[in-house]
Design a protein around this ligand. Structure first.
Ligand SMILES: N[C@@H](CCC(=O)N[C@@H](CS)C(=O)NCC(=O)O)C(=O)O
Length: 146
């Protein structure tokens, strides 16, 4: 069947009661856990801009960087940000500071420190680009039509 992907493995049958197979499922299954929360204390670094981005250059991790860079290229100075590396391969998404910003322990996570208290903008939920674009567009130029 040229041009088609042929599935050779049998269909996945979910177990009645799920158990965590830490070693199964490859690299990313190993870093995921069936429970939420911090595994260790780690204060996040904070830079000079209101927007603090905590992420890593994975396909999902670059989404907010792309958004902010597009806004900056369009002249939205309010989209200036400090970017900090969260190495999910090393479990840094389970540090206490990161979990405070995003309890789901997923990158990318964005913190807006221009509000009191700071606004936690993470993509799970709500969809971050929509929320962030609205906030950035209205707070930087007052013109959200561009
Ligand atoms: N819905 C989110 C998903 C974010 C997501 O899945 N991030 C992954 C990396 S690409 C992550 O943080 N994984 C770490 C973990 O699950 O512990 C999005 O589209 O940005």
């Amino acid at each position: 069947m040229e041009g088609y992907l042929v599935m050779t493995e049998s269909a996945y049958v979910p177990p009645k009661v799920w158990t965590w197979n830490r070693e199964g499922g490859g690299h990313f299954a190993k870093i995921n856990r069936p429970i939420a929360g911090a595994t260790h204390e780690k204060v996040l670094p904070v830079g000079k801009h209101p927007l603090q981005l905590y992420s890593l250059a994975t396909p999902n991790g670059v989404k907010v960087t792309v958004l902010l860079e597009e806004l900056l290229a369009k002249g939205h100075a309010g989209a200036e940000y400090d970017a900090w590396l969260i190495n999910i391969g090393e479990g840094e998404q389970f540090g206490s500071g990161f979990v405070e910003v995003n309890p789901n322990s997923k990158i990318p996570a964005l913190l807006d420190r221009s509000t009191d208290p700071p606004t936690r903008a993470t993509s799970w939920p709500p969809p971050m680009p929509t929320v962030r674009f609205g906030i950035i567009a209205t707070t930087t130029t007052g013109d959200s039509s561009r």
